[in-house]
Design a protein around this ligand. Sequence first.
Ligand SMILES: [Mn+2]
Length: 433
Amino acid sequence: MASSPVYVIGHVNPDTDSIAAAVGYAWLIREKDGIEAIAGRAGAINSQTAWVLKHLALETPVLINDASPRFSSVVRRLDSSTPDEPLRTAWALANRTGGVAPVLNDDGTPYGLITGRSLFNYLGKLVGSSLKNQDIAINKILELPCREAADTNVSKYAVNAKIRDVLNRILREEGDEVWVVDENGRYVGICRQKDLLNPPRLKIVLVDHNEPSQSVASLEEAELLEILDHHRLGNPSTHYPIKMTVDIVGSTSTLISERIEESGLSQLPAIAGIMLAGLLSDTLILTSPTTTTRDHEAAQRLARWAFTAGSPLEKESIRSYGEKILSSSAGLGNRSSEEIVSGDLKIYNAGNFDFAIAQVEVSDLNEVTKQLDPLNNALDNLRKTKNLDFAMLMVTDVVRGSSRILFANVPAVLDDLPYLPLPDSTRLAEGVV
Ligand SMILES: [Mn+2]
């Protein structure tokens, strides 16, 4: 079996830096190490990232929201025969596949599986106890159609199904093989019981986060190779040593652009373009308090790679590109309150409280006033369903650099927050993004 690919994946509720870092780092691994690396995403992309991907004509990374091994990691794509072909075809096939011949209908769906057991059962029926039938010559049997000797009761599993979910059921089945089919029920391959017992783990590199709670589900079932991030440490735990870089810069894209430079490589314009978008989005065009000199240098470097002749960003400056990116984030208008409070959501535990902080970016803080009641309701529902002590929604004006904060069930200790209480019981946090 060919070595399995490495997936580079950012956090759930991905923002632009999270997607950009996955795309950029997967490229670097492929380019520098010659390893198959694929950019993944742990959830739906937001409207800002969608705009950037489209503008740069980049493909959306593959959705991976659960790292539990799937049938796709163990499927054997064996050659097949058809129900009407003579059994000798299946016989020849089984000699090459190690004893199995998949028989497929014309539309590509499984008809039945010819195995040693199915053949033996069939011969038993054919010969029976009658002495005269024992004279049938083997070459006559091999002329019979495949359909006769195929076991048509073999179960089918979707190529994307999680092995863990159905393993016990499969182990109780009679045969050693099961079908693996695509979403239309068409043959993908077969899979043997013994391959399911210890499936290869998904190889994963985490970017732009390090807390398992912000990661793809079933991370513990994956083989974690590396973490590359710029956030606070959130207790990642592994059974073996891994490469880990958590540095104080404004974006993960900054770190990756430095790695690319260290390798003596230059980035493709479109990928440099999305990394620059990740950097400018996380640092609000290099103005956020998290911005460092290294981010400024990275922006220059990425701009040099991205703003080349013929690229979609040919005529941009860092400033003009940054403004387009920030204004491409959707306001509150065309999304439901439920979507808004769960879109960019992080769950924390600190000081004996379980709480959530959600954030949404707008270009005008007055948008909040119009939707205050539904947003408060959605925030409180979110708090209840997630079983939290309290929840906050930061509505951030990315142009003027201020936020309005909505609270659900906020504890008294937070009354001392230095943010101006407004009559509608939200608070204004000037300069907080
Ligand atoms: Mn980031």
